[in-house]
Every structure is written in structure tokens, then in C-alpha cells.
Design a protein around this ligand. Structure first.
Ligand code: FEO
Length: 399
């Protein structure tokens, strides 16, 4: 059964949601599912903006058939070639053999790499090119590395719709709701939007900044991303979040304590520090067990908070493996501008503090507060004064 929504009088959402998939990109848990958005414009020419993941192809085809009502499909604009959006390109060609594919030169290259039968169908476009489909005239804007090098966004100059590819997307299925003001975004989507952005596009902050600068020069009325809600008001809210995330600025003054514990002793020290912080007036404190929290959630929260405490046992004379995985992911995603406190633990040769410091020193604009703690097996009464001074130095650094 088809399931479509009108966005404007002649623009339709023809995507769908996958609530079965456990891991997006076979890495990131998506307990709330994910939507794959595609849009169909019914002007003098008919134009499809991106396709969808293979998992919802049947729904997608029914949606297109419902909107087209037997008309041919003239164009398919491919803003992003990653298979979660491009998987159904050949399926569309099979059903609409005269369709022309509008995309960047690099997207065309990738289609060939993926083995798509697209010969004779490609119309290559570049930054600044425009195309008229009737009353709608669109402009193509390069968006390299948001999130692949071939990516572009398409701006409809007639109605101010921006087809933004991966930019401004979110994990989470669309459960009947489509628009940002039909969902409780802060409650239900913000964490998933941050987790999606930081883990998928987070590495490419400078490229997102480039796109935001270009977006600032056009009069955007509606943002149609490839995942998550369509934004038709309050665009400043979303643009502000993207600006912060892509400049690696924290959203909140607060302390995120990530601990790697084997028998609960490092966790007990982390709890002690958390309690001291709260007693000193910092109530925005969160604690995460690095072994029990998927790293995609840790990364998202690390983008959110200003201060991070890493408390790790020493394991095989190295950093505890789940903690190492988290720090290496942080590094891979180019995270910057955070203030760290380090707590190491070890029963005979504590090493994790020194090793964590070395990794953080290799990242940009990371501050490590001086008074780190080295524990031997457990926190003891003798460690209380130092722990209190650590809490104090975190409070000081927030001023
Ligand atoms: Fe949703 Fe980069 O694909």
C-alpha cells in the first residue's frame, strides 16, 4: 500500500521507514529505525530527488506509481550516491526507461563503480548549474564530503525547497509524522539527530561549514533531508545545531564521565567524582560505562558536553580496549575543543592515564587538566583530597 505526503502543492514525499534494521551501516544501533526520504516533483516535467534503500524499495515504487498516476518519470536527481539512497536507481530505470539521471561527475563515476547500468542516461551538472522543469527552476550546489565526495544539494528557486542530501538528517523512523512541527523534536529526535550527524558526518565539520555558508546566501523555506523530519519552520534551530556541531563547539556546559571498569572499583571512583561535582553545584553530569554503551552514543554525547572525564583501568599494560576504541573513534571523527580529566587505575603498573594523554595530545585543541588521578586497585581515603581537587579544577575551568 502506498504511503505518501504532500510537502507543497506539487512536491510529494515518497520515501519510507525501515524499522527492522538493527545497525545502520552495519555499525550504529538504530532502535528507533530510520527513514529514507525521497521526493517527487510534479511539474511540466516529473522529477524524482534521490531514491531509497533496497529494504523499502517495494513501498517506494508503490508511492511513485501513486503520485505519477501513469505519467512517465522524466528526471532523477541524485544528490548522494551512497546505497542507502541510491540502491533503487536501477529499479527506477527498469520501470521508467526514458528517465534521465542528473548528478555530479563523481556520482556518475560511483554509479559505474557500483555496476549500475546507466549508460546514455547521465546528465552531469556542477556547482551553479541550473535546470528548469517548468515553473520550478533548481540550482545545484556542490556539497563534497557531506557526506561523500560526490554529494550535492539542490535548491528549488521557485518555492525555496532545499534538497539537502545527508545534511540535516536524523536517525528515527517517521511514524506518520513528516514535518518537524509534527514531532516533539527535542524529546524524540534531537539525540538521534546528533548521533546521526556526529557519527556519520562529524569528521567533515569544515565541509559542513562550507555548506552552511552557501546556505546562508539563499532564501531557504523548507529543508528536505534524506533521513528524518522535513523542516518547514524554525530552520534557525536546526542550522544553529549544525553550526555548533560542525565547529566542534559543545552544546552544553556539563561533565560527561566515561568509565572503563572491570570489577566496579574504577566505577566507584567515577561515582565519587560525579557526586563531588554535583555537591559543588554542577548538576549537569552524566556517567557512561564504556563497556555497556555503544560507541556511537558516546561520540554523540561527547559532541554535546564541554567537559569529559575518562576513567580507565589498565589492561595488558594498555588502555582498556573499549575505552581505546572510544578514544580512537573520537580521533577519527576529528573531535576538538574539549576539556578532559583523566583517571587511571591499575593494580601493579597503571599505564592508562599516560597512554590516554598521548592520544588526546594528538587531537586538536584538547585541554587536559593537570591534576589527574592514579589509583591502585581502588580509591581510598588517602585519595579523597586529590579527587576533591580534581572536582574543583573542573569547576574552575568552567568559569
Ligand atoms: Fe544516508 Fe551518506 O547516506
Amino acid at each position: 500500500m502506498y504511503c505518501v505526503r504532500n510537502i507543497t502543492e506539487d512536491l510529494y514525499w515518497v520515501g519510507g521507514s525501515d524499522r527492522h534494521l538493527a545497525l545502520f551501516e552495519n555499525i550504529h544501533p538504530i532502535p528507533r529505525g530510520v527513514s529514507y526520504n525521497s521526493y517527487l516533483l510534479m511539474d511540466e516535467s516529473t522529477v524524482l530527488f534521490d531514491t531509497v534503500d533496497w529494504s523499502i524499495c517495494r513501498q517506494f515504487i508503490e508511492n511513485i506509481q501513486k503520485v505519477l498516476k501513469g505519467k512517465p518519470l522524466d528526471y532523477m536527481v541524485i544528490n548522494h550516491m551512497e546505497p542507502d539512497h541510491a540502491a533503487c536507481i536501477e529499479e527506477i530505470i527498469l520501470r521508467y526507461p526514458n528517465v534521465k539521471i542528473v548528478c555530479t561527475q563523481k556520482a556518475s563515476l560511483f554509479m559505474h563503480q557500483f555496476g549500475f547500468a546507466i549508460d546514455g542516461k547521465i546528465m552531469e551538472v556542477s556547482e551553479g548549474d541550473t535546470m528548469s522543469f517548468g515553473k520550478h527552476v533548481v540550482a545545484f550546489v556542490a556539497a563534497p564530503m557531506v557526506h561523500w565526495p560526490e554529494a550535492m544539494v539542490t535548491f528549488d528557486t521557485y518555492n525555496g525547497v532545499l534538497f539537502s542530501a545527508d545534511a540535516f538528517g536524523s536517525f528515527g523512523s517517521l511514524d506518520g509524522q513528516l514535518f518537524n512541527d509534527e514531532v516533539n523534536f527535542d524529546r524524540n529526535f534531537l539525540d538521534d539527530a546528533r548521533r546521526y550527524y556526529t557519527n556519520i558526518v562529524g569528521k567533515y565539520g569544515p565541509h559542513v561549514q562550507d555548506l552552511l555558508r552557501k546556505a546562508g546566501t539563499i532564501d531557504i523555506k523548507i529543508i528536505c533531508p534524506l533521513h528524518g523530519p522535513v523542516w518547514h519552520n524554525d530552520l534557525g534551530y536546526l542550522l544553529d545545531k549544525y553550526d555548533k556541531w560542525s565547529r566542534y563547539e559543545p552544546e552544553e556546559n556539563g561533565v560527561m564521565i566515561v568509565y572503563g571498569t572491570m570489577y566496579g572499583n574504577t566505577e566507584a571512583a567515577a561515582s565519587d567524582l560525579a557526586t563531588r561535582l554535583v555537591e559543588k553545584g554542577m548538576t549537569n553530569v552524566v556517567m557512561y560505562d564504556v563497556s555497556k554503551t555503544h560507541v556511537s552514543y558516546l561520540i554523540s554525547e561527547t559532541f554535546k558536553y564541554s567537559h569529559i572525564v575518562l576513567a580507565s583501568v589498565t589492561y595488558n599494560l594498555k588502555i582498556y580496549p573499549p575505552m581505546l576504541n572510544y578514544i580512537m573513534d573520537m580521533k577519527a571523527l576529528n573531535l576538538q575543543k574539549r576539556t578532559f580529566t583523566l583517571i587511571e587505575n591499575g593494580s601493579w603498573a597503571p599505564q592508562s592515564g599516560k597512554l590516554m594523554r598521548e592520544l588526546l595530545d594528538e587531537m586538536k585543541e584538547m585541554t587536559i587538566l593537570d591534576n589527574e588521578i592514579s589509583l591502585n586497585s581502588t580509591m581510598k581515603e588517602d585519595d579523597v583530597d586529590l579527587m576533591d581537587s580534581v572536582a574543583e579544577s573542573i569547576m574552575e575551568s568552567m568559569k
